[in-house]
Design a protein around this ligand. Sequence first.
Ligand SMILES: Cc1cc2nc3c(=O)[nH]c(=O)nc-3n(C[C@H](O)[C@H](O)[C@H](O)COP(=O)(O)OP(=O)(O)OC[C@H]3O[C@@H](n4cnc5c(N)ncnc54)[C@H](O)[C@@H]3O)c2cc1C
Length: 383
Amino acid sequence: MSDLSRCDVAVVGAGPAGATAAYLLARHGYNVRLIDKRHFPRPKLCAGLLTWKTMELISAIFGPCTDELTKKRIITHACRDYRIFRGPKEIARGCLDFPFHFVDRPAYDHHWLQMAQAMGAQTLTGRAVTAVDADSGAIDLADGSRLQAGLIIGADGAWSKVRQALPQAQKVELQYRRNLAATIETHCAHTPGRSGAPYASLHFGFIPWGYAWSFPGAEKQTLGVAALVSRGASSLSDAFREFLRTAHIGPEALDTWKGYALPYGNYLSQPGYKHVMLIGDACGLADPLLGEGIYYAHRSGELAAQAVIMAGQRPDMALKIYRQALNRHVLSELRWINVFRTLLFIGGKRRRYRGLKLFFRLFPKRLEACVHGQRSFSRLLVP
Ligand SMILES: Cc1cc2nc3c(=O)[nH]c(=O)nc-3n(C[C@H](O)[C@H](O)[C@H](O)COP(=O)(O)OP(=O)(O)OC[C@H]3O[C@@H](n4cnc5c(N)ncnc54)[C@H](O)[C@@H]3O)c2cc1C
């Protein structure tokens, strides 16, 4: 086996989670392989909304970057105005103190991959991982080659091969899929007669345990819907049609619809096994209310890298350190969001979302701060 087939850490998946972990570990002198089955820039279905906490985090990890991302047109748009609807009826509107930023996901992910590469991570793109041995650290690639890693970080998204290679995979998959959402997303290009709403809007009441969205953009409007598969996402396309009808958007104005899985409350409390750690979507780390996952991808990538660095000569300690940090910094908040989500969605589609209306009437700024991550959902009711 040549030296090229050995590394300290193999990161499988080069989305925001994997690129962050690889960047930080390479910066610390680790011999890192960042492997992805796609060549970059690769397509990624995502509305590309970044909250305040994401903007803060990426600047903390990679250095101040808002200007660069804007100059490179990776950040394509920013918007402060938002509205909340129940069916056709507007129930709240507001203006954010800090704007939502929207990114072009293929370009965004490519940027972080290049950052990891520039820091010294060896990237293997267009190379799918086909099998992982969680006990020995051996990784098989589709081209027949094999890599031997001291530690493996699984950042390979919702259908993670790494997660499926862990012991008790069947049980874990059941737990993971119980809280998986299905999504549909498409775009509506601006035309001289139609430029779309200039605000971001969330639409409840079209589907149980989910919502639809409409986000503005410089050249196009992004429209989508997400809902828990186990609670009725089978009617997702009907719900999306109804939403589009209500928004007076005809099918002729739209790009082809696409769908993908979205973690929606399926965060794993045991994020790995022995020398394997799971991060990002592979670990179910998206917010169970709005499905925000980019922040949690970067954050878990950061926590996993820090755990490896802290474990030092004791790589067997990395998972324990990572699990504790994940619990403290990520899962505790996701659990609170889950409580809020249950209060919001329980009762199904017929629910009238009066609570949401009331929350927005009583303390809109607190809710905005919770969504942006400037305040924890645990303090929603605390003045
Ligand atoms: C419709 C939709 C809209 C969304 N909108 C938003 C939003 O507006 N804001 C937000 O914060 N989040 C949003 N999300 C969630 C967000 O996209 C994810 O949470 C985020 O991409 C997770 O990042 P990741 O790095 O964990 O995984 P990914 O970005 O999915 O990256 C995983 C990588 O692993 C690679 N891979 C997979 N299998 C293998 C294999 N076998 N071998 C090698 N490589 C492999 C893939 O090619 C991919 O590059 C949305 C999701 C969906 C579906």
